[in-house]
Structures are given as C-alpha cells and as structure tokens.
Design a protein around this ligand. Structure first.
Ligand code: TEU
Length: 557
C-alpha cells in the first residue's frame, strides 16, 4: 500500500516561461505574463506549476546554462515580480516547483570563470578537468548535444567535461564544497517558500571514478551520453541532499533521469522517502528505432502501440507499491504529444488529444501537462534548418549532416520534423488575434500558424474542447482515490490498436479503453456490466464499439 502524499494526488502544469506569456512587449514570455495567466492554470484544475529555469543565463540552451542561480534573468523580470507571482500563486492554491540545474552551469558562471583561470585556482575542482591522454580527449564520452563531451582549454592545457554544450561545463559532485554550494542554493529558494524542485538530469551527477571509456558502436566516434547515467555515488548524493535540505521542508521532488530503469527508480523514489518523490524516465519517449544507432534520438518512425503499452506497463508494475511514477507525454524537450503519439490530422486531432489525455491521466502516478497540451497544440512545420532554434537540433545537423555526412539533409529534416525540441517551444496560443495573444512585440520564435484555429480563447468558448476534457480528467483524479492509488492490470499486450488496462482499489475497478487508430474496432472487456462511464470523448458509447481515437473509462463498484 503506497503511503499517501499531496504530491501523489497532484496534477502538474509545466510552464516554459519564454514561450508562455509576454507582458512587456519584448517578444519573450516573462514572470509578469505568468502572473497574469495563473487564474487560467487554476481554472484548468492543476495543483502545481513546474517552472522551467528563469535564472540569469546567456541563454545558449534556453536557460539551462545558468550563470547565477540566485537571481532572475532580466528578460523574465525582477525578484520582486517573482515574489509577487509566488504569492499570487499561493493565494490561488497553486504550488510552484522550480527547476534545479546542478549537473552543470554556464561557462559564464563566476565559479567557472574562476576555475579556468589556473590549475591552482580555489574553484578549479568545482568542475571536471583532465590532462590530455596521448594528446587527445581523456576518454570517448559523447555529448548529448553532439561531438565530444570534452573541450580543450589552451590556457591551462587541460580538457573540461561537458555532457551537454561546451558552454555547459559539468560540476564536480565528488567535491563536497560543490555539494554544499548546491545545498545553499536549494535552501535559498526553499526559504522563499517554493514547493519543490524538478531536478535537471540529476542522475548524471555521479561519474565513474577514473572516467573510463564507455563501449560504443564500432562506427561511432563517441559513446552515447546516456551511458554516463546512474553513476556509483548517485544514491549517496541524493540521500545527502535529502538529509541536508529536502527533509526539512514539505516539498515535491522529481528527478529528470535519462537512462533510468524501473529497478533504479525503485531506489531513487523508495518509500522510505530518503531520496526523491518521483522521476522523469525516458523509455516511452524513446521507443522508435533509428536506422543508424549513431543518430541517437533522431528518426521519423511512428511509435508502435504494443511497444508503448509494454513500456508504460513495465513502469506501472515496476513502481506499484515500491516507488512513484511521473506521467507525461511531452515537455519542452519533446515533440507535441498529439503529433508524436496519435495524429494532428485536423479531422481527428481533438479526439486524439482527449484519448491521449485519458490514457495517461488514468494511470498510477503524478500527471504532467505541458503548456498547450490541454488545447491540443501540435508540432510546427519548419521547412529549412534556418527556421530551427534549438541547440540540440542545430548541433545534430552540424555533426551528422555537415561533418560526419552519415545522413542527408532531406532525411535529417524529416527527423527534425518528428523529434526536434523546437516543436514544444512555439509560443503558447492564447487567441486568434495577432501573435496568438502571446506578445504585442516580435515573438522570439516562430508561432505555429495554426494558432488561428487552435487557441485558448476558442477552447474556452467550446464546451467540447480539449481544455474542458482535461479539466474533467483532473477533476476525476481529485475525486477518485482509485485513479491515484489503484494498482495496474495490463490487458491484451499484443493488441496494436487498442490500449486497454484496468485499475483496482478497495473493491472498485476502473476499465480504460483507448483506440489509437483511425479505424472503428470492436472490443469486449465486460464494459457493459459497468456501473458508470466516468468519461469518454464520444457521447453515445455504442457497446463494444470503439470509433477512431475513441476512449472510454468505466467504473465498476
Ligand atoms: O534535458 C536532458 C536531455 O536529455 C534532453 O536535453 C535531450 O534533449 C533529450 O534528447 C530529450 O529527449 C535537460 C533539460 O530538460 C534540457 O532542456 C536541457 O537542454 C538539458 O537537460 C541540459 O540542461
């Protein structure tokens, strides 16, 4: 039996601030804009807001390259505006979860500016420096953002490690002084009254001693960066973080963990509560095989439903009674849910968005809604590489198309059309008015032209919109402990058209049926004997019939 906590019963709404709402006309979303839109998030019914980084940053990785973690990026506003937003949110009954980025900093952070000055600088060991080996990089580690994970510094004749861009040097967590700096910055924000942290790539902070080479594909130059994850001292570091900081506050924590497995997640989210509450795992968003493993995440394949069911079922069963799942289809790093997992064909988009929402929100775990998902926002059509903005996308083009020539431009553009992070970063679509009501200035990034049809204003005026459907899903979770705590039973794992599962709790059973296809199918799971239909995206549920993208949730008592 899972212990009951508020963060298990909560629903989280993720705000990517630079694309959410601009309030000063500079074309960039900001804190003032978020404050204006808090009532909207409250109306949806979410309990917590996860706010992507708003700290001082050169913005090479849209705020994940932080130069000062205890001050607000001026384009986002002032600390006074932040304090006003936090107070307004709390008055509305909304909690604020901040983004904690402590695997690395910006190379413009004062710590790194000092560290690179000399080998004997007091800050040298805040980062991971290494002598060349045979005149080359110290090992074969690759960066998540293409190329080597090492950059040579001429001034001191050493390499420094950067698992992401070379402007994002990795912090040295082996150094207790660094860990204490992290505890201090966490305490700074927690003492302001925030309600938790989303921890950026937190399972990368422990690196294997000696930094050994990692096995890689023969024809690849570098190893896959994910292989660095889940290092030998990770549990120890998380337990120290918990005892030194987190255990002193009633807060929610979610660790972003590329490469996590259910077995590892059982450790990180254990019921003793001496590490984290939950993790963002990456298995279900990385199911599509690519034709060349050197291309890591890049491909244009459609997700196979049986693979998706197997992955989500494994995590449901793996953490039931042993830990806790986060539930998400998309975020600021992923393509839009309806485009990736169902269809953004205008004929079916609304049905499909509601079907995806049902499939995810009826699972065990804490659901996360990425801004715009609640109105069925879609991927954006970008025809040329010059239209992309994301450093991960641009670096991949440079490495795989220009330098290594292992894929042609047209193919890579198809991969970007499927997988680029930029699909999630088009401005929030508030209205059909100019710039979708996002800004009165020039938007920092392309608007999706479909904002004239897909926007909040239209959604709020339509009783049958995705918005009101998501509102109902959240309401059901708040009303039924069965949805929050019930255990999970997979059904027909080999069915590649319908995702069906049951939940069981205190004598009640939930039956969830979702047709992932544009065909009408028949399925009989005893739904005719149910006491009631809790929710569906079709009004007249014909027994055993599932129309295109039809979803139905039945309650048996
Ligand atoms: O993301 C980690 C990460 O693995 C993704 O960046 C990567 O894009 C992956 O391909 C997603 O499928 C976190 C942040 O969420 C991301 O925005 C940052 O760029 C990154 O860490 C570095 O801080």
């Amino acid at each position: 039996m899972t212990k009951k906590n508020w963060w298990q019963e909560a629903v989280v709404y993720q705000v990517y601030p630079m694309s959410f709402q601009d309030s000063d006309g500079d074309g960039i979303g900001d804190i003032g804009g978020l404050t204006q839109r808090l009532p909207y998030i409250k109306q949806l019914g979410a309990d917590v807001i996860w706010l992507n980084p708003i700290y001082c940053s050169p913005n090479k990785d849209n705020g994940y390259d932080i130069s000062d973690c205890q001050n607000i990026q001026p384009t986002y506003g002032t600390m006074a505006q932040y304090d006003e937003m936090l107070e307004t949110a709390h008055k509305l009954g909304l909690k604020i979860m901040m983004d904690l980025v402590v695997n690395h900093t910006s190379d413009q952070h004062q710590w790194f500016i000092e560290s690179k000055k000399s080998k004997d600088n007091p800050y040298r060991d805040y980062y991971i420096w290494h002598d060349p080996v045979d005149g080359h990089e110290p090992n074969n580690w690759g960066s998540f953002f293409s190329g080597s994970a090492w950059k040579f510094d001429e001034a001191t004749g050493q390499y420094f490690l950067h698992l992401f861009a070379d402007v994002q040097p990795d912090l040295n967590w082996e150094n207790p002084v660094v860990r204490n700096e992290v505890w201090d910055l966490m305490t700074f924000w927690l003492d302001k009254g925030i309600d938790g942290f989303r921890m950026d790539v937190i399972n990368l902070i422990s690196k294997t001693a000696g930094l050994p080479d990692i096995p890689k594909p023969d024809n690849a130059i570098y190893s896959d960066a994910t292989a660095v994850a889940n290092g030998p001292r990770l549990n120890e570091f998380l337990q120290e973080m918990n005892s030194k900081v987190l255990s002193h506050y009633d807060v929610m924590t979610v660790g972003e963990m590329p490469g996590a497995t259910p077995e590892k997640a059982q450790e990180y989210t254990n019921l003793k509560g001496d590490e984290l509450n939950m993790v963002f795992q990456f298995e279900h968003i990385a199911l599509t095989p690519n034709p060349d493993e050197r291309l890591t995440k890049w491909n244009d394949a459609k997700v196979k439903l049986t693979d998706l069911k197997a992955s989500l079922s494994k995590w449901q069963i793996g953490l039931d009674g042993k830990g806790w799942n986060s539930l998400y289809w998309n975020n600021h790093d992923q393509p839009r849910a309806v485009s990736r997992f169902a269809t953004d064909d205008p004929k079916y988009r609304v049905k499909a968005a509601k079907m995806l929402g049902t499939t995810l929100h009826m699972l065990q775990g804490t659901p996360y809604i990425y801004q715009g998902e609640e109105i069925g926002m879609t991927n954006v059509k970008l025809d040329d590489i010059s239209q992309y903005e994301d450093i991960e996308t641009l670096n991949a083009y440079q490495q795989f198309v220009v330098e290594e020539k292992i894929v042609d431009k047209e193919t890579m553009m198809r991969y970007f059309a499927t997988m680029s992070r930029d699909h999630a970063r088009t401005p929030m679509q508030w209205a059909s008015a100019e710039n979708a009501g996002f800004t009165t200035g020039k938007p920092w990034f392309n608007l999706n032209p479909n904002y004239t049809d897909i926007n909040v204003e239209a959604a709020l005026a339509d009783d049958d919109s995705v918005f009101y459907y998501y509102q109902k899903l959240i309401q059901l979770r708040h009303e039924h402990e069965l949805i929050v705590y019930g255990n999970y039973e997979a059904i027909d794992s080999e069915d590649n058209d319908v995702f069906a599962y049951r939940r069981h709790y205190n004598g009640q059973t939930l039956l969830v049926l979702s047709n992932f296809t544009n065909q009408t199918v028949m399925r009989d799971y005893g739904q005719n004997d149910a006491n009631q239909v809790l929710i569906s995206n079709y009004t007249d549920n014909k027994n055993n019939v599932l129309r295109p993208y039809e979803t139905q949730v039945y309650l048996f008592e």
